[in-house]
Design a protein around this ligand. Structure first.
Ligand code: PRP
Ligand code: URA
Length: 209
């Protein structure tokens, strides 16, 4: 049974408050998205498996814990997901990185695929798909579908801000995927933007508007 986790850590909530502000410029916005991703990664990796390993300290032999099980992969949805990658890798530096290119058609709001490059052994990895925004859910659902078609079986999705419409869609179309959400917002407006949201994440990260 998959789960939906909404972050309640005060540091995450504080930083999401900063990132929403319209006066936050690209440089700070980018840094905040990276920091939030790092804290969220900490929460989203809480249930990774550990195994006992015998080691020697300078004093004696002892048993310590070490990560076991599947290797990890981080897969950002381009463009905005790129803003979360460094924060994720700060926590899980050995993870491989794949890229899925999708943009939302501004009229239909349907996702349009333009790129997909994944680690060759993606089927054996625990995959963290990252995108700051989950709005209609079209992009995230399509990205997860692409990963499944390439053989990935263990997929988690992380976003900083979600709309209820997107969460419902992900739960319906991919009930096996755990969702990690920084903040759950109120609704989508007529243009498919999250309210109150933070605007266009890609444009704010890359300064394209
Ligand atoms: C944004 C965002 C998500 C998508 C969410 O990307 O980063 O990928 O919209 O909307 P959805 O849930 O309704 O699909 P956008 O299409 O603006 O592309 P960009 O990251 O290249 O700016
Ligand atoms: N994509 C964004 O970047 N922001 C939204 O509010 C919705 C989709």
């Amino acid at each position: 049974m998959s789960k939906t986790v909404i972050m309640d850590h005060p540091l995450i909530r504080h930083k999401i408050g900063l990132v929403r502000r319209k006066e936050t410029g690209s440089k700070d916005f980018r840094a905040l998205i990276g920091e939030i991703a790092m804290y969220m990664c900490y929460e989203a990796t809480r249930d990774l498996k550990l195994q006992d390993v015998e080691i020697e300290t300078p004093i004696c032999r002892t048993t310590v814990k070490e990560l076991s099980g599947k290797k990890l992969a981080v897969v950002p949805i381009l463009r905005a997901g790129i803003g979360m990658v460094d924060g994720m890798l700060a926590m899980i530096p050995a993870a491989k990185v794949g890229h899925i290119g999708l943009y939302r058609d501004p009229k239909t709001l349907d996702p349009v695929e333009y790129y997909c490059k994944l680690p060759a052994d993606i089927a054996e990895r625990e995959v963290f798909v990252v995108d700051p925004m989950l709005a209609t859910g079209g992009s995230s659902s399509a990205a997860v579908q692409m990963l499944k078609e390439k053989g990935a079986k263990h997929i988690r999705f992380m976003c900083i801000i979600a709309a209820p419409e997107g969460v419902e869609r992900m739960q319906k179309e991919h009930p096996d995927v755990d969702l990690y959400i920084g903040a759950l917002d109120d609704h989508l407006n007529d243009h498919g933007y999250i309210v109150p949201g933070l605007g266009d994440a890609g444009d704010r990260i890359f300064g394209t508007k």
